[in-house]
Design a protein around this ligand. Structure first.
Ligand SMILES: [Zn+2]
Length: 274
């Protein structure tokens, strides 16, 4: 059975949000400078005060790693695709999971859809590299092509790590020094990685990685197909270590995933200077 009240929740909330937006626009028109007041507009967590659409004109590609049915298609999953830098790698992988069995593909899917909502509320056009968490793939080369074909302003890939060392915890951000986009895109990707790193640390409280990046939470790698094949600025977040109990508890919390989304959007705005 479907609860009709649930069906109405979405559109009704959308209508309320639109009404609030219109009311704020009217208030700003009547009183210039009103938007600088902290009380103006929806909560700053979703929409920063002072500019209702700071990301207007941007196209952000959000790439949630893996997919819910990757494990059911081992042959297609193992098919080798070109990953840049002379490497051929499997189309995709199953990803990791917590000790209790909460899978990475579900964690990053939920975070990615929350991020898409936050970015759209801030005026961005958002493209997700997969439509749901019940399918297969796409392969890593296809994910890169989606960002390239969208002429994305930037791409953020979202993953969780699965390191078995008991002391391994925390997040890190990966960028590639050998991208299809060349040196300018590589430099922008490194700047994006730093902005995302700073915003993610301050916005979520997840500690910097204890086992990657020597305390910087940054990792420069040439073996990540999704980054190597990108012609636009792209980074990959490893949001925490799902095999570590403390990280797993955080990543398994819906409130934490919302903080992830808000922090990532803040990092994107910081990189863009908006
Ligand atoms: Zn992953």
């Amino acid at each position: 059975m479907t609860n009709p009240a649930r069906h109405h929740a979405g559109p009704r909330h959308a209508w309320v949000a639109a009404t609030i937006t219109a009311a704020v626009a009217a208030a700003s028109a009547l009183a210039p400078g009103a938007s600088a007041l902290p009380s103006a507009g929806p909560p700053s967590a979703v929409r920063p005060a002072g500019n209702r659409s700071p990301l207007a004109g941007t196209t952000i590609v959000v790439d949630p790693g893996h997919n819910g049915r990757n494990g059911r298609n081992p042959k297609a999953l193992a098919r080798k695709v070109y990953a840049g830098t002379g490497l051929w790698k499997p189309c995709n992988t199953v990803g990791t999971q917590t000790a209790a069995g909460y899978p990475e593909h579900a964690q990053v899917w939920d975070t990615a859809t929350r991020l898409a909502t936050v970015l759209r509320a801030q005026g961005a056009r958002v493209v997700l590299t997969r439509a749901d968490d019940r399918g297969f793939g796409p392969c890593i080369d296809r994910r890169a092509a989606i960002g390239n074909q969208a002429r994305a302003t930037l791409v953020v890939s979202i993953h969780d790590d699965g390191n078995l060392s008991p002391r391994a915890r925390g997040f890190h951000v990966i960028h590639s020094p050998r991208m299809a986009g060349g040196p300018a895109v590589q430099q922008r990707s490194e700047r994006l990685a730093v902005a995302v790193r700073d915003a993610f640390a301050s916005g979520t409280g997840m500690p910097r990685s204890t086992y990657v990046g020597r305390g910087t939470a940054l990792s420069r790698r040439t073996d990540i197909g999704g980054l190597n094949l990108s012609t636009v600025p792209a980074v990959m977040l490893e949001a925490g270590n799902l095999r570590h109990p403390r990280d797993a508890r955080l990543l398994g919390s819906a409130a934490f995933r919302q903080r992830e989304a808000v922090a990532l959007a803040a990092g994107i705005r910081r990189y863009l200077g908006r």
